[in-house]
Design a protein around this ligand. Structure first.
Ligand code: PLP
Length: 389
């Protein structure tokens, strides 16, 4: 099934070279079209963002920055310093500004935390977002806790706690929901982990995808920021790229002990943000923006969950349960992930994430991001075309 033609094979080779140049992250759409003009991407189901939130941001961008003329101010002048932006964010997060560190994307928060505070041993659940182990300094021992495919990559809370107590690391990383499987640890279970593991100096919770998760039928927002008051070892990391659909402006933050924030700021990061990111954080703190965002957030979650249901109707694949905005899809019956990605790209202009480079994943896997309703429909139709018997 899904054998490649000669031409498809040649383009696959070009893509492989591009991919090798971008390390463990996928080449962006722009890189693609620049280097391989024969590849057209109509639906980017590799990038993980809420397109409706991007639309919402763009409305404000046009109204206030372009038509209202404020753009020049944001581009001409220095943005506010890290601590000032933290102050803006502090009100909506209900956390003191002393505990907030603003990053040029969450990736910078990850880098600064891993470089500065992790000294001995880190436990990372795999498969996962690769930066957490790639950024570890030499001399730090990395222990991989492989999530079990047989239990659908769900973490067993009690055995995880036992494992960590036994290993005595100075850092644990929990991404919730996890990337690339979308597995979600319930709030109460997470609190149990945080409480039991209070001896670990750095407990990192990356909640970059938490706005897509829900525990009730109303899809109310979940946050673990308040766990921080009872556990000062906690470091909560959050990207704004995915849920607000604004990866290009590089906004992210970390919540951590004030000594840590102070330490990081005394070593740099003064104007690490940029004008547009500052504009975004200002917008984020407005109640009117938040209520509009809530509408598109919930709309997108509903559509995403129904997309996952439709995906489950495609033959020859297994779709893992996800509380993020993407689904981990395992290809069954010897279908190759690489071939499926190439077929979809060349015949349907859909870009999926091939997960063949993810450590901790044995088998053929792709990750499919949820886009808008029409695009999701199109993805399903094309997958059926290639995969249904
Ligand atoms: C994308 C991602 C990040 C990085 O986000 P940026 O804010 O764009 O740097 C961090 N953590 C996880 C789990 C991610 O998937």
């Amino acid at each position: 099934m899904l054998e490649l033609s000669k031409n498809e094979f040649l383009i696959a080779e070009k893509i492989k070279n591009l991919k090798n140049n971008s390390g463990t992250h996928s080449p962006s759409i722009n890189t693609f079209t620049e280097h391989i003009p024969e590849v057209k991407v109509k639906v980017d189901a590799c990038f993980l963002s809420n397109p409706y939130a991007t639309d919402l941001f763009m409305n404000y961008f046009h109204e206030e920055l372009i038509d209202g003329g404020a753009l020049r101010k944001y581009l001409e002048f220095y943005p506010s310093q890290n601590g000032v932006i933290a102050g803006i964010l502090s009100k909506s997060l209900h956390v003191s500004e002393k505990n907030i560190f603003i990053g040029n994307g969450a990736i910078e928060v990850i880098q600064s935390v891993i470089h500065n505070f992790v000294k001995k041993k880190i436990i990372i659940n795999i498969p996962t977002f690769s930066s957490y182990y790639e950024f570890c300094k030499k001399g730090v021992e990395i222990i991989y806790n492989k999530l079990d495919k047989g239990s659908d990559f769900k973490i067993d809370i009690d055995s995880y706690i036992k494992f960590v107590k036994n290993e005595k690391p100075d850092c644990v990383v929990i991404i919730n929901p996890n990337n690339p499987d979308g597995g979600y640890i319930k709030r109460d279970d997470l609190l149990k982990i945080v409480t039991e593991l209070n001896f670990v100096e750095n407990i990192i919770i990356d909640e970059s995808f938490v706005h897509f998760a829900f525990e009730d039928p109303e899809l109310n927002k979940i946050s673990t920021a308040e766990f921080f008051s009872s556990n000062k070892n906690l470091i909560i990391i959050k990207s704004m790229s995915k849920d607000f659909g604004i990866a290009g402006i590089r906004s992210g933050y970390g919540i951590m002990h004030e000594d840590r924030v102070r330490y990081l700021l005394s070593n740099g990061y003064l104007w690490n943000s940029n004008g547009l990111s500052e504009y975004f954080f200002n917008l984020y703190s407005r109640i009117s923006f938040q209520s509009e965002y809530e509408i598109v957030r919930k709309q997108y979650i509903s559509e995403t969950q129904s997309f996952f249901n439709d995906l489950k109707g495609v033959q020859n694949i297994k779709v893992y349960d996800s509380k993020a905005n993407f689904a981990l899809v395992e290809l069954l019956n010897d279908i190759s992930a690489k071939n499926l990605v190439i077929k979809l790209l060349l015949s349907d202009n859909i870009y999926l994430r091939n997960l063949d480079d993810k450590i901790g994943l044995d088998g053929e896997f792709v990750r499919v991001a949820s886009r808008n309703k029409e695009e999701n429909r199109y993805i399903i139709d094309c997958l059926k075309k290639h995969l249904d018997d």
